[in-house]
Design a protein around this ligand. Structure first.
Ligand SMILES: O=P(O)(O)OC[C@H]1O[C@](O)(CO)[C@@H](O)[C@@H]1O
Length: 433
């Protein structure tokens, strides 16, 4: 990915970061890069994620997927990093695939039932993904999916592949039923695992090019250097961090392509769960261009000076002309294509924010294909790792999510959690119509 940080510099934005400040920050980037390189060389937890382009074996994935590779539909049962990386890839490339990819990453009963009632289960593969193998939503949804297959008279063991850790309930279940399975790589947190079996089993079942995904990621890996001025990923991570230090505590991720909408969801987990610690962190907002020019741009341009807007340009895309019109005021559209209109709106919105002193950064893909997606996923992961070094937080853990998990078990009777009951009772103030 290429990065244009020009509209984030103090000359055009407030809060903005000056070129001189970035040059001073570059010394910290050099130190951080050394720590990152050492972490990668020693396969340290978390840093190991940046080794995936060289570590992930696409042939191992292709072999494991073989029994279910011919599916007309794919249900991936997982949540967070066990679903969003895969969904980023298959949603972006959906037009290239004959397989419908569905992600059950919520336990909304009507939504889960609607998918199970309409999918052709006899020709549907099930991809169960959980690093821990204990995530309540994933196990609950898997049990519901398995029952639906049994009710439909379909042998679920012939349609299911599992990706999980070395041990745990899901590994036991996979072994008990002799299911095709892959291992979540050690040392790679879920939100950093898109370029492993976690993200690539779905891509393989949907017929996408795993080698190109990894080649694009490997090319991005080669850009990691000791200076943000030589490394797009570090430029983005350092600029985001520096802007947060100057008041831009919100980062709106705005891809200008429907095919990249899910990538903003994936980015939101990556950024929030990695950097949101010790009362620090930058709040990611999932948005979409051009659509959110008509819903959030007012706030971005005239609201509090607390945001960075990250635009993602999809690069070359197929196009479609806008027909001539008899409506005089709209005649200018008749000479354009939809792609030209989108590009003009993109540039106009960037300029609108810069003109109002609102920092924005452009991430640029050449096009939306496997190679470029691999580079985007890797580049944003590297940007996040660098930002974590600059924030001096533990980028790779997420202890704050455990309280609610324990409370859920307590409230369901799966274990005592008095604190949750106490909080639930105390914090009730119902205003009824
Ligand atoms: O892959 P698992 O272990 O099911 O975890 C799913 C997700 O839940 C989290 O652990 C947070 O609860 C994320 O970090 C992770 O991506």
């Amino acid at each position: 990915m290429n990065v244009d940080i020009g509209n984030a510099l103090a000359a055009v934005s407030s809060p903005g970061v000056s070129r001189e400040s970035l040059e001073r920050l570059d010394e910290q980037v050099a130190d951080a890069h050394e720590r990152i390189e050492r972490g990668m060389e020693s396969h340290e937890h978390g840093y190991e994620a940046l080794n995936l382009p060289a570590r992930t074996d696409p042939d191992e994935i292709r072999t494991a997927v073989e029994p279910v590779a011919d599916a007309d539909a794919l249900i991936t049962v997982g949540i967070g990093g066990s679903a969003l990386g895969a969904a980023t890839i298959t949603d972006a490339l959906a037009d290239e695939s004959d397989t419908e990819a569905v992600y059950l990453d919520n336990v909304d009963p009507e939504w889960v039932s609607s998918h199970l009632e309409r999918l052709p289960l006899e020709n549907t593969a099930v991809n169960v993904v959980s690093r821990s193998g204990t995530t309540a939503e994933t196990l609950a949804n898997f049990l519901v999916v398995r029952e639906a297959f049994e009710d439909a008279g379909v042998d679920w063991t012939e349609r299911t592949i599992v990706t999980t850790g070395e041990s745990g309930p899901l590994r036991d279940l996979s072994d008990r039923h002799d299911l095709p399975s892959l291992k979540v790589p050690d040392g790679v947190p879920g939100r950093f695992s898109a370029l492993s079996a976690v993200g690539m089993v779905a891509a393989e079942i949907c017929g996408h090019d795993l080698d190109a995904l990894l080649e694009g990621a490997a090319a991005e890996r080669e850009t990691l250097s000791g200076s943000l001025f030589d490394c797009p990923a570090y430029a983005y991570g350092a600029t985001s961090y520096a802007l947060d230090q100057r008041g831009a505590g919100i980062n709106a991720m705005v891809p200008y392509a429907e095919s990249l909408e899910t990538s903003a969801e994936w980015f939101a987990q990556l950024w929030a769960e990695s950097l949101g610690k010790d009362d620090l962190g930058q709040t990611p907002v999932r948005a979409l261009g051009v659509t959110d020019q008509h819903s959030q741009l007012q706030l971005y341009r005239a609201g509090p000076r607390d945001k960075l807007v990250t635009f993602v340009s999809p690069g070359e895309t197929a196009d479609r002309s806008i027909p001539e019109t008899e409506v005089e005021d709209l005649a200018y559209l008749g000479d354009a294509t939809l792609g030209e209109l989108l590009e003009a709106e993109f540039e106009a919105t960037e300029a609108s924010l810069a003109a109002a002193g609102r920092p924005n950064v452009r991430l640029e893909l050449q096009r939306v294909d496997e190679y470029e997606l691999g580079g985007l996923l890797y580049g944003l992961e590297a940007a996040c790792v660098l930002a974590g070094e600059l924030y001096a937080v533990n980028t790779f853990e997420q202890p704050a999510v455990e309280w609610a998990k324990k409370a859920t078990r307590g409230l369901l009777g799966g274990g005592e959690f008095e604190e949750a009951e106490a909080v639930a009772e105390k914090t009730e103030l119902r205003i009824e119509r």
